[in-house]
Design a protein around this ligand. Sequence first.
Ligand SMILES: Cc1ncc(COP(=O)(O)O)c(C=O)c1O
Length: 340
Amino acid sequence: MHDFYSDTKTKPSTAMRRAVLVADVGDEQKDEDRTTRELCDRVASLLGKEAAVFLPSGTMCNEIAIRVHTKPGDELICERSCHLINFETGGPAALSGVMTHPIDGENGTYTAEQLRAAIRPSSRYSPESRLVSVEQTANMGGGTVWDREQLREVIDAAKDAGLATHMDGARLMNAVVKSGVAAHDWTADIDSCWIDFTKGLGAPVGAVLAGSAEFIRRAWRVKQQIGGAMRQSGILASMCLYALDHNVERLADDHGLASRIATEIGAFAGVERVLPVGTNIVIFDLARSAPSAASVVDSLAHDDIQVGAFGERRIRVVTHLDVDETSGNVLCEALGELLS
Ligand SMILES: Cc1ncc(COP(=O)(O)O)c(C=O)c1O
């Protein structure tokens, strides 16, 4: 199987699984799991924040952060294609009673000017703009790395208006490797942020949400309330620590492969356009003359190749730890047969 559907499809390596055998564990809910504490300390320091909390998933990081930052009836401003609008089953509305205010950005990012236009003036009639979220990298924009200055302006505009700021850092480490900018520089002045271990970093479970000590104290209360507190979570945290030690630098390989795939498929007549490839995600639109995205996905599946259809003519290919140059060749050849 050549699985380019998502970087969530990686399976823990033997070495990563071995880390579990020697993990020091305890009751996480009582703060007695030393491996989990070590992971949280490392991520807090990586992201330049006072504290951090271990959670099962990135979705839970987003949803808990939204709950802590807002109250029902508030508004959350973010880019239209982002995960928390499109793939969290209405979580902001269901779990926090929050309205989302989408900005039509470019490749998953937006400008300070667009943000300022989206922030509501104070009025008896309107929801209160309360929280601003950015996605680093922007998944459906093509793994886009934010322009640093643009991000700084967005965060400044949010702060000037008194809004809290959140970074969905599911693939922040891809941005770090691609840009050479340290994680804590990307997250400076952002109130809450997190990284995911189940994307390119290759672990099976886990994300860590970071912020001020007070933010994390409140995040812990929500975690406890929704049943997210764990017991011997060092079993999981040990694989996340392994990922931090071994799987960050190699993300550059994923970026190289994605870029090569984009160049090859961009030359096929059946491909109308390929979005700029920021990191490890290639998104392309099929020409009218080509088969539909669903039919391309089905045809590839017959050859044991998986990619994702996102819309009638849009396809996403994601590179990661478990696909290599050979898989890339197989994919490009198969797509060439369908789309040349
Ligand atoms: C940008 C982004 N945010 C959040 C998530 C959610 O992460 P998780 O699958 O760990 O819940 C994903 C998952 O693909 C994502 O791509």
